[in-house]
Design a protein around this ligand. Structure first.
Ligand SMILES: Nc1ncnc2c1ncn2[C@@H]1O[C@H](COP(=O)(O)OP(=O)(O)OP(=O)(O)O)[C@@H](O)[C@H]1O
Length: 220
């Protein structure tokens, strides 16, 4: 990261390796404040492994430098299996994302934080619904909300729209854009969907041929 850079996260000359082979070589890119960066590329090029490598090497060497703390970064994984009879309500499930006091219940301030992310992610009507009764798209917004309740400066969505229908994809990404606008947080979104990249992305980091190239999706 050069001195003038305002990047939240700066990846420079990073190698991503498996035990027996190299996936990505000499990758460099910055994540700027209040932006949505898509990571694209064919199946198996190493998108998820890249994120895992960044999380592991976070501020541990010159390849992954951040102006935020690791605790200000949230990763929202691809898929979670929630049983239909999973009993926690949307409100309580989101509350699990708080770094809580020792009290077994939420204090007023904590409840207000949960309420705020529920509004940002358009879940108000579902706050008292058991998570197991929510649709796949609604559940995905709940996972987003749970990650947001600790007020991250950077959050990463890993193929969060892969199993959703077209409308639910747009609803989720509308919520992501709203969060970026209201909180100035940045998002990284791993996706295979070029329509979503074009519609919502500020930057596209495309991984191919064991390297990556970042470009602006459209002019602001
Ligand atoms: N722990 C591991 N041990 C061995 N191989 C692994 C491990 N994790 C990932 N791989 C391999 O590394 C390659 C990259 O996987 P990764 O999941 O990062 O790709 P991806 O670009 O995210 O793919 P997709 O778009 O299909 O999710 C794959 O060939 C995968 O099988």
């Amino acid at each position: 990261m050069n001195k003038e850079s305002n990047a939240l996260l700066s990846v420079s000359h990073l190698d991503v390796n498996l035990k027996d082979r190299s996936l990505i070589h000499d990758l460099s890119f910055d994540i700027l404040p209040a932006t949505l960066t898509c990571i694209t590329g064919e199946n198996g090029v190493g998108k998820t492994t890249l994120i895992k490598t960044i999380l592991k090497q976070f501020n541990k060497n010159e390849h992954v430098k951040a102006q935020i703390k690791r605790s200000e970064m949230q990763y929202i994984p691809q898929l979670r299996q929630i049983d239909d009879d999973y009993p926690l309500t949307v409100f309580d499930f989101i509350g699990l994302g708080l770094q809580k006091s020792w009290l077994p219940w939420l204090r007023k301030k904590e409840k207000q934080k949960v309420q705020r992310v529920i509004e940002m992610t358009n879940l108000s009507a579902l706050a008292n619904t058991p998570l197991g009764s929510c649709s796949g798209g609604e559940q995905q917004r709940v996972y987003l909300a749970q990650a947001l309740v600790s007020q991250p400066k950077l959050f990463i969505l890993d193929e969060s729209t892969a199993s959703l229908d077209k409308e639910a994809k747009f609803v989720l990404l509308d919520a992501v854009k709203k969060v970026i606008k209201q909180t100035d947080a940045s998002a990284i979104f791993i996706t295979h969907d070029p329509v979503l990249v074009k519609e919502y992305g500020d930057y596209d980091l495309n991984i191919a041929n064991q390297t990556g190239h970042i470009s602006a999706v459209k002019e602001a």
